[in-house]
Design a protein around this ligand. Structure first.
Ligand code: ZN
Length: 914
């Protein structure tokens, strides 16, 4: 899965130091909810008949299972399922049960209608199988439901023998509005029936052994309205009218062995653009009005498939690939095997006129989900505690592939920024280890966090950089070959990498995966070839509140111009370090650790920063110094000196990084008066740089346009009158339907003007949010509503967020944006407190978690207590760790302000702020 729709926002906030992100240690202890075992599913035959109008569906299912021992009960997963009848058939002959060695090519699992027909329903007068040799013995089950565990138990009067049994199940379900399981999605024109099963929601669509290691093959048949189409994991093998007038029956080919959470189907009037790569048919699909926006994604998918076929050394495992944009969608995208589903903003973009940021997002999301087709779908983690095997890999691969396909789009710089914010998240007291307990659906859902994605991805990148691209690729190939169509664990992955590389990859990965937190590596001034070194766990907290961490890591330390050295947990000297012009110990910013240097080393690094460090290294340097300051080492003044030192940096990403942290100082440390003075410093220091860039021209490079936009935003926020005047004129032109005079700054201009915007401008923006057909523009307009700061307009946005005009996937995001900004957070919090029942009722599970994250942006003890008390009384599903993390974040902010507010004032006095 990919959470980018949201992560974009979180990333922005985290960079600004406002929100540390989600994640943490499981505080409670909930009873395990795993299936009892002893039953192995081998094949499912599913026939689903949805009624979109009534928002219900009927299901008829046969599951071929193998029992390890004789039993009278079988327990599987089911949630919000109404059972109509359940029978077990044993001893069937040639007509059934040829699935013992089901593989991608075995055709098996014909529904045993003949056996069913012979059952009288009482289970008492079954025929013996021996009589005809082709009919089974059927027995009806008594079904008991355990709603809390999301399980159903079938109890049989007579013992079922060990071996093969066919479960024949008829049931009914609902098409819910919570964007999980089999759910309803709506446009103005019509309704759609679509699925989202990861992590534990296949059980809402069909009774199943819904655990990732219980892989089986699937036959899916959909009975849909005559004018509708259906899409599933596999190609259509037959499409016939009936079984009743006005319906047609679409039968899909049997899937290879796969996990339940990867099954998918969609019903509606989707339209597709079509292509082919390496002999595989690829389609990119959307609702009919948006199919014109699928070309860019289709091209990305074609190139990515060819690249991945070569990289993995294993051909894409399915006969076709569909990518489908769904109007209502909770995550960013979902890697269903052969049938990837997307939030519209993650797949649809105008190939010619779309914004660069939108194209970057689509290319990266497509690369992420397609990486999962191998890493996740072909080979799946054995249990959710190793979710990072899926998500860490896909997160690392998405950057690698997108950067290869679009070398000019600076994905590596984005990755450096992302690692910086991930390390901040991981430096909290309540962070978790990459591999961590996840037993209940709530715990599993909460583990889709910055640790499973960002940290695991960064650690994989660090290992690849250390062992070398080609060696690492061979290790990936071997691992996938060994476990194809099966499951694997963390050990399987790093043991294979260790064997292929001949390096202790297992030691390195184990230390980063099994232990929580981020290492801080301190270097002393050394003489000659050896540098004294010390490592320990780094906490982003004041010394007084910092716990003792006794973790120690095996870390590949890669030196600028000096190769990589492996630093073991006990080692105190880094040998062989001479030769470079200056000492810098995280070459390429690939290492997942913070660094601290001796005063002399740091001086040399800063002196060489603009000429001797890469963009990624400069981002890493700023991030490390910023983190150390927050931890009470160094003052905010020293950090400001460093940040102002890069004011003429040629990289927009470096400038953004520095300005984002200055913004965080304004939000988290400065008093109102000091904020005005710091604004004055920003105007003075960066105004000249901006003026020096001149205007954009027809041949302006992307980098130059980015630089201008970054400075335009910073100066606008700091109240630069010239910039604000330009912002007003750009916005007026845009709202009057004219072409922007300066396309590079127009989006930023609108956001700046909206902050002081009036009701008339709000109305115009609202209309765009309601009527735009381009998903990217619609989202931008929706987010711009949260920029307005006039209290009556903030109130309107909050009311709008809970109205039916907003899709439930967007409610939490709108409220969270208002809650995370200093200017609007008090009003947003009051609204959340007063309207919680309504917010909760109308929202999806993740919307609630988003609000809990955003509440972590407060910076007072009073608010901390309010937030803690409120969510203690109103607990949010899948957000227990998230709440602990938010409370920590507020505590850290309070401590930071107390420590650094006087320092900031002193620095402003000395530097002529205002
Ligand atoms: Zn993913």
């Amino acid at each position: 899965m990919r959470w980018l729709g949201e992560m974009k926002i979180w990333r922005g906030l985290a960079v600004a130091g406002l929100v540390v992100g989600v994640g943490g240690v499981a505080a409670g202890h909930v009873e395990a909810q795993r299936l009892p075992g002893g039953v192995r599913p081998e094949h499912y035959s599913l026939t689903i008949t949805p009624d979109l109008k009534a928002a219900t569906f009927a299901g008829s299912e046969t599951i071929d299972v193998v029992l390890d021992a004789p039993t009278t009960t079988i327990t599987l997963n089911a949630a919000e399922i109404e059972f109509v009848s359940v029978k077990a058939v044993v001893g069937a002959g040639s007509g059934a049960g040829t699935t013992a060695t089901a593989t991608a090519t075995t055709n098996a699992g014909v529904p045993r209608l003949a056996a069913l027909a012979r059952d009288d329903g009482s289970g008492g007068r079954d025929d013996g199988a021996g009589e005809s040799g082709s009919y089974g013995v059927a027995q009806t089950a008594v079904v008991t439901l355990d709603a809390a565990k999301e399980q159903a138990t079938f109890t049989f009067a007579r013992e079922l023998p060990a071996g093969r049994v066919w479960l024949e199940i008829a049931y009914r379900g609902i098409l819910n509005d919570k964007l999980r399981g089999f759910y309803l999605s709506k446009t103005k024109a019509r309704r759609y029936g679509v699925t989202q099963f990861e992590a534990t929601d296949a059980r809402r669509a069909f009774p199943s052994f819904d655990e990732p290691a219980l892989k089986a093959t699937f036959d899916v048949t959909l009975v849909v309205d005559a004018e509708d189409t259906a899409i599933s994991n596999m190609k259509v093998v037959s499409d016939t009218a009936g079984p009743v007038a006005g319906k047609h029956t679409v039968v899909f080919a049997q899937t290879p062995r796969m996990s339940t959470y990867l099954v998918a189907w969609l019903v509606g009037d989707f339209k597709c653009s079509e292509g082919k790569a390496d002999g595989v048919a690829i389609r990119a699909c959307a609702t009919p009005d948006k199919v014109k926006l699928t070309r860019f994604a289709l091209d990305s998918a074609k190139q990515t498939l060819r690249d991945y076929d070569r990289y993995f050394g294993i051909k894409y495992p399915m006969a076709k690939l569909d990518l489908v944009a769904v109007p209502d969608f909770e995550a960013g995208a979902m890697e269903n095997f052969g049938c990837i589903t997307f939030r519209e903003t993650e797949l649809l973009v105008d190939k010619k006129d779309g914004a660069l940021s939108a194209k970057k997002e689509v290319a990266e999301t497509v690369a992420h989900e397609m990486a999962h087709q191998w890493f996740g779908d072909l080979v799946t983690m054995a249990w959710w505690d190793n979710l990072w095997l899926n998500e860490g890999f896909a997160t690392w691969m998405e950057t690698k592939e997108a950067a290869k396909a679009h070398p000019k789009w600076k994905y590596e710089q984005d990755a450096a920024v992302e690692m910086d914010s991930t390390m901040d998240e991981d430096a909290g007291r309540t962070t978790r280890s990459v591999r961590a307990r996840a037993e209940t659906p709530d715990e599993i859902n909460e583990s889709f966090d910055g640790i499973a994605y960002g940290k695991a991805g960064a650690v994989i990148g660090m290992v690849e950089n250390w062992v070398g691209d080609e060696v690492f690729r061979r290790g990936v190939h071997e691992y996938l070959m060994e476990h194809s169509y099966g499951n694997a664990t963390a050990e399987d992955f790093w043991n294979t990498q260790a064997r292929v590389s001949g390096l202790p990859v297992d030691k390195v990965m184990q230390s980063f995966v099994a232990q929580p937190g981020v290492p801080l590596v301190r270097f002393g001034s050394g003489v000659g070839e050896a540098i004294p070194v010390r490592q320990g766990r780094f906490f982003l907290a004041a010394p007084t509140t910092r716990p003792a961490g006794n973790e120690a890591w095996t870390i590949p330390i890669c030196l600028k111009d000096g190769g990589c050295k492996l630093l073991g947990p006990e080692e105190t000297m880094l040998a062989g370090t001479t030769g470079a012009a200056f000492f810098y110990a995280n070459a390429g910013d690939k290492g997942y650790y913070r660094t601290d240097y001796s005063a002399g080393q740091l001086k040399a690094i800063v002196a060489n920063a603009e000429t001797g460090l890469t963009v990624e290294e400069r981002i890493g340097l700023l991030g490390d110094r910023w983190a150390l300051m927050q931890a009470g080492e160094g003052s905010v003044g020293e950090f400001l000196d460093l940040a102002l030192g890069v004011k003429a940096d040629p990289s927009a990403t470096v400038l953004e990084s520095a300005l984002g942290k200055i913004g965080a100082i304004e939000a988290r440390i400065a008093t109102d008066e000091d904020r005005k003075r710091l604004d004055g410093v920003v105007r003075r220091e960066f105004g000249g740089v901006y003026a020096g860039l001149g205007k954009g021209g027809r041949h302006e490079s992307d980098e130059h346009a980015d630089l201008r936009e970054t400075l335009f935003e910073a100066l606008g926020r700091a109240g630069d009158p010239m910039v604000l005047a330009e912002a007003v004129s750009e916005t007026n032109a845009l709202l009057a339907g004219q072409k922007p005079a300066d396309a590079a700054v127009v989006d930023t201009a609108v956001a700046l003007v909206a902050a002081k915007g009036d009701a008339a401008m709000y109305e115009k923006m609202l209309r765009v949010a309601q009527t735009a057909t381009d998903p990217d523009l619609k989202e931008d307009a929706l987010h711009t509503l949260t920029r307005f700061q006039a209290p009556e307009l903030v109130a309107r946005t909050l009311e709008y967020a809970v109205s039916d005009a907003v899709r439930s996937q967007d409610r939490g995001t709108l409220i969270a944006r208002l809650l995370s900004r200093r200017e609007t957070q008090d009003q947003a919090w009051a609204f959340v407190e007063q309207h919680w029942a309504e917010i909760e009722r109308k929202s999806t599970e993740n919307s609630g978690a988003r609000i809990v994250v955003a509440a972590g942006a407060f910076c007072t003890v009073e608010r901390r207590d309010e937030v803690a008390n409120f969510f203690a009384v109103h607990p949010v599903a899948s957000a227990e760790r998230t709440l602990a993390k938010s409370i920590d974040s507020i505590n850290d902010c309070v401590a930071l302000r107390a420590a650094q507010e006087p320092e900031l004032r002193q620095w402003l006095d000395a530097h002529g702020g205002l």
